[in-house]
Each structure stands twice: as C-alpha cells, then as structure tokens.
Design a protein around this ligand. Structure first.
Ligand code: PLP
Length: 449
C-alpha cells in the first residue's frame, strides 16, 4: 500500500537516489515513471498513454495485465508460492510438459532458469559436457545475455565493456544480405556463402574442438535478421557432420514473436537445444529455460548435471507459463501474430516508398525492423555503429517524435523495430504505423535519400 500511495515525484526521487539501472551512465538518465498498463498500452503519471511498439524488451508478447494471466498468478500465489527445485511440483511439470509438446519432436525435457542469459549459460554447459569439447561458435551481430558466458557469446558492442571475455568462444558472420559480410547480392548467394564461411571457420578452428554453434533463430536486437531459407537447415547439416550441438537462442524470437511457438518451426529445423525466456510468460514473473533433446538429456541420466538455480522451475513463474500458453491457444495468439505480420509487412514497404531514410524493412510475425540510412545508395547508417552513435541525435529525435504522438518505439543503433505485443489489434497496429509515418519525417531530414 505504501508503494501504491507514492506520487510521481517520490517514485522519481527514490529511483534517482537508490536504483542502479542496466546499461546506463547513472547520472545521465531520467527514467519515466509508469503508473499502469493494459493491453498494448502503458500510461505515465501525467496520464499520457503510449502504444507500445517495443513490448518493453520485446517480451510482453501477451500484452499488459492480461486478466486470465493475472488471475492464474494470484491463484498460484495463494496455493504455493515457492518450493525448491529438488521437489516435484505440478506447475513446473505441467509447464515442462506443455513446452516439450510444442517443441520439435526430438526434444524431451526442460531445464528452467530465471531468464535468458542463464538459459544460454546452461545450454552451453550442457553442450560442453555432452560433447566433451570446449569451444563454442557464436555469431557476430548477436545478443545472448549479460552474464559472464552469455556476454562472451554476444557479438555486438555490449560485450566490449566486459572484455577480456571468457576463453573458448569464436565469432563468425551470419547471413544479413543488406550488409552482407560476403559481398552477396541475392539471398541464395548470401545463404550459400554464409554456410561456406561457417564450414571454413570450423576447418581452421578444428571442428572436433567445437562443442556448439549458437545462433538466434531470427536475430533480434541486432536487426531482425531473418535467415534465408536453407540457412538453418545448412547449419543443422554442418552440426550433424561434425557432432556439434546446435543451440537455437529463441529468447526473443520464440513464443509467438515470429507467429510460431518457436521461430525455428518456420523452417522445420530441429536444434539440439533451445533457450527461451521472455514470451513464454511475457515476463509477468521472471523465467527462462532450455529445451533439451532426448540425446543430450540422456547424457545426464546416470551422470549428475553440474548446474542449478535456487529458483529453477519456480512454481509462480511456471504457473504463469502454463496459463500464458493456455491463453495463447484459447485466444489464437499465434494466429493473430501471423495476421499482424501480413499487415505490417506491406505497410512498412509503403512507408519505405515514402521515406528516403528507410533503407530496408524486414521481418515476420510481430518482429520487424526498419533500417534507417543517410543515403540509400551507400546504405550509410543514419547514426554510426557504436554506443555513442546509438544514443546520437537523429535517432533520439526520431524516438522523441514517436513519443510525443503517443507511440513508444524500440530503437537500436540506426534501426527502429516494430515489435508490439502479439495480442495487438490490427487497428492498434495501424494507429502506430501512422505515427511512424509522421516521425520518419525527422529521420528523412538527416537523409539525402
Ligand atoms: N538472448 C536473446 C536473443 C535476447 O534477446 C536476450 C535479451 O534481450 C537474452 C538472450 C538475454 O535474456 P535475459 O535478459 O532474460 O537474461
């Protein structure tokens, strides 16, 4: 009650005095106090309502305060709020069963974590123990989390501040036709060359020293990079050839974001391990995990698994995952995500046609990016590729123009992503796209077209 009684000034004052924020220079931020949220909107203390085109950190897939999900959490809290991972628990076993049910047929078990980073830590640990090898290949232009191992896997500037990183991780380039590392001009070329580059990397690294290849099925914060058809199947083939574990990081791309339970379903490929978090329960209670193939799970049938977490399979979190997946099924949320994709795709193309600052649009489901450029010919990004550039004027001004008009955008470097909740209505999406249309004029003013 003391918390609900607090006014905006008190929230702000205590935040500035006591809260140490992620990824921030503490003296240079002024976090907006949020009073409430519902559906696809959140509201500040001034009563300003924002349509959320970010889903926070691309995790509120079911939207805010879904009544059935809130009730399920309240009921579980009243029944059993915590129990150690060493016991069996109904919420946990049902969550695991439901996740295995929607995962590729070769996958048998779930290890629960607190979020995405520790899911990746454990996936890598499992791969190393299963293969008896140490090295891991991870993609440039990736994000895998901020714990020691996960930030080492990460292939973007978020790793720089944590270096020297852990030994044993080698980075490679994935497919990204718009800024091809392979000078490709078609998706087919990009796919073929990216796979050849992976084979070449394995050749010089020694494929027999590599435990795992980890990749985001659809790369998230680094630009919604949708792999060309054939790429994931090619990676699967390479892994099979060399006895390497294929880890799909679906922390951001899973649970509806791409219109499927797992994004990889879109290409019909079965990885050995899938890490998940975010959309599994939309972050109403922290949870993540690793879906494990029968083969890898069997490695730990008679040999103890050397890893664990006090809150692994937390009943409150697991009950919310069960409820969320049930709601997804009952309310056709995957179908809605796919439908929104069929609306957003063409609308973004129309925006690109009207705005010289839009170099490319790409995505699927409710997972889209607009790449903003100074010059469409040279594809020079609207802001430079570095941490300072990410916070630079033009992108800030663009974001401010969105916020003034009641839209909360997701921006990262020179991109804005269109990643609303999977439950957003078509009308809401169109409302947000109309704001983007206005705000892009700011970006246009920095672009020569
Ligand atoms: N993997 C991917 C693809 C992510 O996008 C994220 C978070 O943005 C993570 C891992 C890390 O998840 P968490 O922040 O829950 O540790």
């Amino acid at each position: 009650e003391a918390v609900t009684a607090m006014d905006e000034a008190a929230v702000r004052r205590n935040d500035r005095a006591y809260v140490f924020h992620s990824w921030s220079a503490q003296a240079k931020i002024d976090p907006l106090p949020i009073a409430s949220a519902e559906g696809s909107y959140f509201t500040d203390y001034e009563g300003r309502r924002y349509l959320d085109f970010s889903s926070q950190l691309v995790n509120v897939n079911i939207g805010y305060q879904h009544p059935r999900l809130v009730t399920a959490i309240q009921e579980q809290a009243a029944r059993l709020t915590t129990i150690s991972p060493a016991f069996a628990n109904d919420a946990r076993s049902e969550a695991a069963r439901m996740i295995v049910e929607v995962a590729p047929a070769t996958m048998d078990k779930v290890f629960f974590t607190n979020g995405g980073a520790d899911a990746n830590e454990n996936a890598v640990r499992m791969a190393r123990l299963h293969t008896g090898r140490q090295k891991v290949l991870a993609a440039y232009r990736s994000y895998h989390g901020a714990t020691a191992g996960a930030i080492t896997l990460t292939g973007d500037p978020r790793r720089w501040g944590s270096e020297p990183a852990q030994p044993g991780v080698v980075h490679y380039w994935g497919p990204y036709l718009y800024r091809s590392a392979f000078h490709a001009t078609t998706q087919e070329q990009e796919c073929e060359r990216a796979l050849q580059h992976l084979r070449d990397t394995l050749m010089v690294e020694g494929a027999h020293t590599v435990a795992a290849i980890i990749l985001e099925t659809v790369v998230g914060t680094n630009g919604i990079l949708v792999p060309p058809d054939g790429y994931l199947a090619g990676v699967r083939e390479i892994c099979d050839e060399h006895g390497i574990v294929m880890i799909a990081d679906e922390v951001m791309s899973g649970f509806g974001r791409c219109g499927e339970w797992f994004a990889i379903d879109h290409w019909g490929v079965a990885p050995d391990l899938i890490s998940f978090a975010k959309g599994v329960n939309s972050g109403y209670v922290p949870i993540g995990g690793v879906v494990i193939s029968g083969d890898i799970a069997a490695t730990f049938d008679d040999t103890s698994y050397p890893g664990g977490l006090t809150y692994s399979g937390h009943p409150l979190a697991c009950a919310s995952a069960v409820a969320s997946m049930t709601i997804f099924k009952d309310e056709g949320i995957l179908e809605n995500a796919r439908h929104l994709g069929s609306v957003i795709g063409p609308e973004l193309e129309a925006l690109a046609a009207d705005h010289p600052s839009v170099g490319e649009t790409r995505g699927l489901g409710v997972f889209w990016a607009l790449e903003l450029v100074k010059d469409r010919e040279t594809r020079e990004p609207l802001v430079p590729y570095n941490a300072a550039g990410a916070a630079a004027g033009p992108m800030n001004e663009f974001a401010a123009a969105c916020k003034e008009r009641g839209l909360w955008p997701f921006t990262h470097f020179n991109r804005t992503h269109v990643v609303p909740p999977c439950t957003t209505t078509e009308a809401e999406v169109r409302e947000g796209l109309a704001v983007l249309d206005e705000a892009l004029k700011v970006a246009d003013s920095y672009s020569t077209g």
